[in-house]
Structure formats: C-alpha cells, structure tokens
Write a protein that binds this ligand. Structure first.
Ligand code: NAD
Length: 304
C-alpha cells in the first residue's frame, strides 16, 4: 500500500511540519477547521482537503495531529466522526499536540482496542524549530510504535526521544514547559532590571548568554526586542508560541503536580502571572510578551 499521510491541524506548528514532510517527498494531505489556516496552507502549496470525512479513508497510512488542546484531540480521534472508527488497522496515529496525559492514554487505549497503534509525540523548539526541522520530539508509546514512527519524526525533528509508555511524551513535555514558563519570566525580570539600572541591554544579554544566568529564553528567544533577529519580541510579539498556549501548559503542569503531590511553588506563581496576562486580553500574543508586565512598572502596556 502506498504511503499517505493525513495531517490535521496546520496552525503555527503544523503548517511547517507538514511542509517538511512534503519537501522530503512524502504524500501529505492536510485539514484544518480554520479558513485562515487553510489559506496559509494553500499559500505553501500543501494539498488541502476541505472536509475531514474526505481526508480520513482506508488508504491513509499515518495520521498526524497538531491541535491546541486535549479536547480537540479527543474530538478528532474519538468523537462522533472519530478517526479511530475510520482508519484501517495498519494506520499509525501520531498526536503531536501538547495535551494532558490522561487524554493521551484514553485515546491510545481506545485505538489499541481496535488494533491500531498510537503514540503521543509532543514537540519543543517553537516555530523556528518546526520550520528548520530541528524539533525535539518526546514520544510515549510502545517501542514498536516508536520505531514505526521514527522515519517520519526524523523528517520533522532533530532529537527524537522515546520517553516511555503512552502519555510519557506529554508528561516529559509538560515538565519541560513548566521550566520554560518559569525561565521566560526569570529572563524577563533580569532584562527589565538591567533596563531600569540603565545598563546597556545588549551587553547584559551578551553577558548572560555566556554566564550562569543563561537559559533558552536568553540564548534563543529573548523577551525584549533588539536582541536576536526573527524572534517574536522583534515582531510586536506575534506568536510564535502564544501566551494562551503557555497558560494551558502551566495548567497541565499544575494538575499533574496536584495528582502526584509534588510541590511546585514557582510554577504556581508562573501560572498566576500568565493567567492574569491572558485574562487581560493577551492570550494571542507570544508568551515572551510576559516581559511587558514583570520587572517593575510595565513599559508600553497594553500591547498595541
Ligand atoms: P495553533 O493554534 O497555531 O494551531 C492549531 C491548529 O489546530 C489551528 O489551526 C486550529 O484551527 C486547528 N484545529 C483545532 N481544532 C481542530 C479540529 N477539530 N480539526 C482540525 N483542525 C483543528 O497552535 P500551534 O502553536 O500550532 O500549537 C499546536 C500544539 O503544539 C499545541 O498543543 C501547542 O501547545 C504545541 N506546541 C506549540 C509550539 C509553538 O511554538 N507554537 C511549540 C511546541 C508545542
């Protein structure tokens, strides 16, 4: 049977990921519920199918989903017209969305009851990583399903990890993003303090990049403009990775921590800060825009 990939959810991340599969010579058909994203996919000359029913057929050999939240994955895989009722047993399901562990396990179990293999494979590396195919991909599922997915994952990412059983990919991703949410605030506080101390921000950034205060937000994705080209802070905080998504991930971390009785005071505080920021209407701004509300008096806020 010839290979056919159905890619569902071609937003900020899914679009470049699907595009990389096409560039690698794969036959890919894409679907999204958003008209705007469909137009963007057409601009990239992706093969768009306007209706999910027409996309998910017996011929599909792999389904890849890149959706916002657990409820979206649940609807697409298990809903009334759910994928697991339509694909053949040989079809491999790869959910790259960052979602709660329980939903991943539930979808995977229901798929395996039908003899279908499924992995959770959330990613990190942002839209730049998606575009350059340098994503880190964290996989939960059986070794067999991981091995089956590996050739496709290697096209979209650079470092591919088998984290453990189903749900472990999302578990690892949630731990990662918990740190990211905290360090983005930490980087913002440091750079804002430097600004208020009237020290040249570019120099402080260069120093921190090479000193012990370095972090991914400092070295790759600084929250203040004028430091690294191509970052959302240089583009009026257009996402990128939205504050709403970070808020979702910190909520996931908070729920996980409660379930296993882990103490995570900094993550709880980060959640409070992002939650307030989102409620003030900034959920569609890049998450690095949090720098507008930390480190003293807000500068240039609200964001235009
Ligand atoms: P996005 O909102 O840009 O894209 C998600 C897409 O899914 C949207 O285009 C939306 O219309 C579509 N969608 C929603 N429900 C759908 C459905 N039922 N059927 C078809 N399409 C549907 O989000 P994103 O930034 O691409 O993030 C996607 C996932 O990847 C999230 O879980 C996010 O946490 C994770 N993630 C994002 C980044 C990032 O930097 N943006 C980095 C790592 C991980």
């Amino acid at each position: 049977m010839s290979e056919l990939i159905a890619f569902i959810g071609v937003g900020n991340m899914g679009n470049p990921m699907a595009n990389n599969l096409v560039k690698a010579g794969k036959k890919v058909k894409v679907f999204d519920v958003s008209k705007k994203m469909i137009e963007k996919a057409k601009e990239k000359e992706l093969d768009v199918v306007e209706n999910l029913d027409d996309l998910i057929t017996n011929e599909v050999t792999t389904v890849i989903t890149m959706l916002p939240e657990g409820k979206n994955s649940k609807e697409v895989y298990l809903g009334e017209k759910g994928i697991i009722n339509k694909v053949s047993k040989n079809c491999l399901l790869i959910d790259c969305s960052t979602i709660d562990i329980q939903t991943s396990i539930e979808i995977g179990k229901k798929a395996s009851e039908k003899g279908i293999k499924m992995i959770d494979a959330p990613v990190s590396g942002g839209i730049m990583g998606a575009e350059k195919a340098t994503l880190n991909i964290m996989v939960g599922g059986t070794k067999e399903a991981f091995d089956n997915a590996l050739p496709l994952l290697k096209i979209m990412g650079k470092n591919i990890f088998h984290a453990g059983d189903l749900g472990s990919g999302n578990g690892a991703k949630i731990c990662n993003n918990m740190s990211l949410g905290i360090t983005m605030i930490a980087a913002s506080e440091s750079l804002m303090l430097a600004k208020r101390l009237n020290i040249d921000i570019k120099k402080v950034h260069e120093i921190m990049k090479n000193a012990s205060g370095n972090s991914w937000p400092i070295s790759v994705y600084p929250p203040l403009p004028g430091l690294i080209d191509g970052t959302p802070s240089n583009n009026n905080y257009r996402p990128g990775f939205s504050a709403g998504m970070m808020n979702k991930d910190l909520k996931l971390a908070n729920e996980c921590a409660k379930q296993v009785n882990a103490s995570t005071p900094l993550a709880n505080m980060a959640l409070e800060i992002y939650d307030k920021f989102c409620k003030e209407g900034n959920d569609t701004k890049d998450f690095s825009a949090i720098s507008k509300v930390v480190g003293g008096n807000a500068w240039n806020y609200p964001i235009d």
